[in-house]
Design a protein around this ligand. Structure first.
Ligand SMILES: [Cu+2]
Length: 143
């Protein structure tokens, strides 16, 4: 029995699906909304996930010389600090100047929960402005 056209087509489609599945993605946080006060990023992350190891998240926000609204990006250490927007043990990953131009790129390199939040105004942007979201990057299955 020979190799039919249909079999070849199935192979081709399968191969391209696998390629898409393995490609690391770059996602702009908030999509066209970028990173600003008042947008529901928890919901955004839920709708746009799951994210995978070595995917890139891009945070876009204007620096203080362009916009009066200052933003930043912090990683919070645990679920409780995330829920309460407690920034005391948070780690700064992008300051107020790093969101301009092409934005700040964060690669999800670690297989662990990531609690992102804006750190401006003592946690008010996180608490009232909803500038926080959770990502648990999944490992990709490489068959
Ligand atoms: Cu902010």
């Amino acid at each position: 029995m020979g190799f039919s056209y249909a079999q070849g087509l199935v192979l081709l489609v399968t191969a391209s699906m696998v390629t898409v599945g393995l490609a690391n993605l770059t996602t702009i946080v908030g999509g066209s909304e970028h990173w600003h006060y008042g947008f529901n990023y928890t919901e955004w992350a839920f709708r746009n996930g799951p994210f995978y190891l070595n995917d890139t998240l891009v945070f876009k926000y204007d620096p203080p010389n362009i916009s009066p609204f200052r933003h930043s990006v912090y990683l919070l250490p645990n679920l409780w600090s995330f829920l309460t927007c407690d920034l005391r043990k948070a780690k700064l990953v992008a300051n107020v100047n790093q969101g301009g131009g092409e934005g700040f790129k964060f690669v999800l390199k670690k297989w662990q929960p990531h609690y992102f939040a804006c750190g401006e105004h003592d946690g008010i942007h996180c608490k009232d402005g909803r500038m926080k979201f959770f990502v648990m990057p999944l490992p990709r299955c490489r068959g």
